[in-house]
Design a protein around this ligand. Structure first.
Ligand SMILES: Cc1cc2nc3c(=O)[nH]c(=O)nc-3n(C[C@H](O)[C@H](O)[C@H](O)COP(=O)(O)OP(=O)(O)OC[C@H]3O[C@@H](n4cnc5c(N)ncnc54)[C@H](O)[C@@H]3O)c2cc1C
Length: 569
């Protein structure tokens, strides 16, 4: 195995990773930074973000940091850490302006100012957008900006499968170059995990196939705690039958949800905010309509409701929601100018992640940070508001990039622990050698079915127990897999096997965490415990790996400003 030496290694080139790389590179020109991604930079999942990035830009028109913070905390069902939320909202406007200066084509108002659209749970139009391709333009702008820095080396299509941590100190990662099959140790003083969420735990998801929770699972395997993993977001408008996202921007622009009686049913569930209530609430409302027989019958049990944009008119749809129209025509055969779009709740975001402090620092490991969807700071608590995720990636990309660079400038490389490196090599070889009779693809498929079926919008104790039982069974089956392709170049079989093993670890944490949390809060809605229970459950979950499965402990939420109250919209 070859060894490369860098000061900082960043895992992931989505919004969080790119922002971190720019910050680290620009803060110290003499640092050598490695940016590693299992896909080409611009194929990172962040390019899919559509609707917008939240920031309180307009005090003169009535918005404020406090209002953005309040919306976020209330949206989180009071599980967000309020000190982190305040830091977040204060830093966001600067990030929007910075991207503007770096050349992003933000959509503008007729007075030339940056435009903002309404988003669910926000009490002010706060989502800054670039039509409905916000993530693509943000990624392109960051990627272009990064080209200025010669001290960053990008490793595209390098698959990291092991973190090297020795005696509480981060030492680097082990990566596999997909195009050649070569193994490398990247020896570094500081690391930032920005590998995204775990959306592909589910089959009906808005996430790309590459989003398999790798960084979160690698941290878990090193004994690091994962926070609040039971909180999975379901977005109200996944298109039938693929689950591709129809952005909340569509409702922000004025789209309605209708049941099979033609009723605008959100008037009953959230009289004031209607379709622009937070996602947990709208998803539950849709499922209730469907379960009570007021939905439309869809393929493979994917019953749905209608999202109606027709009243917005051709010009507005084409100008503001061009991608939505294209997706609806291509993937559902429906032109939203003429017909409503069939939609239902779809897995959309991992609120939990690697437990980090307010600086994105992993508390127990020297030299290690995490940012973006892989991390749990926690700004989103039990339910993220739309537009706050791309925003979080920018803020904690910047913070972790700056902190990791500062640390790396004064730290020294510690001698690599060769046992860890050898163990990584042996692990990869053992996976490649697997010659049993189970298919990793089939196991992944079965895991997704279990999660879709039992760990969805509504949950109930015995179904969660069944999910846990099935996932443990799948873990046993996984021991007997066969990796058919034994070659070294672009070995998709081997990659899928490793990703599936990561997902199995995380699936168990999600299902078991959900089983234990006997209350309903944000996106975690228990039919058998329908109320929020602040007395017993106003706390973060931490899950640690043991040989028998996850072990749980609970830590307090930082409530620095607002006491929890009932959420009404
Ligand atoms: C369809 C869609 C639309 C969305 N729209 C919005 C929106 O409008 N506003 C908003 O705020 N949020 C939105 N979100 C959420 C938001 O896009 C994501 O939460 C955010 O982009 C995640 O960014 P990230 O940098 O954390 O991770 P990602 O963009 O997922 O990047 C992860 C990176 O890690 C790399 N990686 C992963 N595993 C490995 C490995 N083993 N080895 C090496 N590299 C690895 C990947 O190659 C990739 O570069 C949307 C989400 C979806 C699914």
């Amino acid at each position: 195995m070859k060894t490369l030496t860098f000061d900082v290694v960043i895992l992931g080139s989505g919004l969080a990773g790119l922002r971190a790389a720019i910050e680290a590179a620009s803060s110290r020109g003499d640092l050598r930074i490695a940016l590693v991604s299992k896909v080409q930079v611009m194929r990172s999942h962040s390019v899919c973000a559509e609707g917008g990035t939240g920031a309180a830009l307009r005090p003169e028109e009535g918005d404020s940091f406090e209002l953005h913070a309040w919306d976020t905390v209330k949206g989180s069902d009071f599980l967000a850490d309020q000190d982190a939320v305040f830091r977040f909202v204060r830093m966001m406007p600067e990030e929007i302006l910075r991207l503007d200066h770096w050349g992003i084509p933000w959509s503008r108002r007729s007075d030339g100012k940056i435009n903002q659209r309404p988003f669910g749970g926000h009490s002010f139009p706060r989502a800054v957008f670039a039509a409905d391709k916000t993530g693509f333009f943000e990624m392109q702008t960051l990627y272009d900006t990064l080209q200025k820095y010669e001290n960053v080396q990008i490793f595209n299509e390098w698959f990291v499968f092991k973190l090297l941590i020795h005696e509480g100190v981060f030492q680097g990662v082990v990566a596999w170059e997909l195009a050649t099959g070569e193994l490398y140790t990247i020896h570094a003083k500081a690391g930032i995990i920005a590998t995204g969420g775990a959306g592909r735990l589910y089959a009906f998801t808005t996430f790309s196939h590459i989003v398999t929770g790798d960084g979160i699972a690698m941290a878990y395997r090193e004994g690091l705690p994962l926070k609040d993993m039971e909180f999975m977001q379901f977005h109200p408008t996944g298109i039938i039958p693929s689950g591709i996202l129809i952005t909340e921007g569509a409702r922000g622009e004025g789209g309605y949800l209708l049941n099979n009686k033609g009723e605008r049913f959100m008037e009953r569930y959230a009289p004031e905010r209607k379709e622009l209530a937070p996602r947990d609430l709208v998803s539950r409302a849709e499922m209730t309509e469907i379960l009570e027989g007021r939905g439309f019958e869809g393929p493979n049990g994917l019953d749905y409701v209608h999202l109606d944009l027709r009243h917005l008119g051709r010009d507005r749809i084409n100008e503001r929601l061009g991608l939505v129209r294209e997706v609806a025509i291509k993937f559902a055969g429906v032109d939203p100018i003429e017909e409503p779009i069939p939609v239902r709740p779809v897995q959309h975001y991992t609120m939990g992640g690697i437990h980090v402090d307010i600086d994105g620092k992993v508390p127990t490991v020297e030299g290690l940070w995490a940012a973006g969807e892989a991390a749990c700071v926690s700004v989103h608590g039990a339910n993220r508001l739309g537009s706050n995720s791309t925003a979080e990636c920018l803020v904690w990309g910047r913070i972790t990039g700056e902190q990791a660079a500062r640390y790396a400038a004064r730290a020294k490389h510690t001698p690599l622990n060769t046992e860890n490196v050898k163990a990584a090599e042996a692990y990869l070889q053992s996976m490649l050698d697997k010659n049993g009779n189970e298919s990793p693809y089939a196991i992944k498929h079965d895991l997704q079915r279990t999660m879709d079926r039992f760990v969805g919008v509504f949950r109930v104790g015995d179904e969660l127990e069944e999910a846990v039982r099935q996932i443990r069974e799948l873990q046993k089956r996984f021991e007997n897999i066969r990796v058919v392709d034994k070659t070294s170049i672009y070995n998709q079989d081997l990659q899928t096997a490793i990703e599936t093993s990561f997902l199995l670890d995380l699936g168990l944490v999600v299902a078991e965490g959900a089983r234990r949390r006997t209350e309903s809060r944000g996106a975690h809605a228990r039919r058998d415990f329908p109320k929020r229970d602040d007395e017993n459950w106003l706390k973060h979950t931490l899950a640690r790996r043991t040989p028998d499965g996850p072990e749980f402990e609970y830590i307090p939420v930082n409530i620095t400003y607002w006491k929890p109250v009932e959420r009404k919209y």
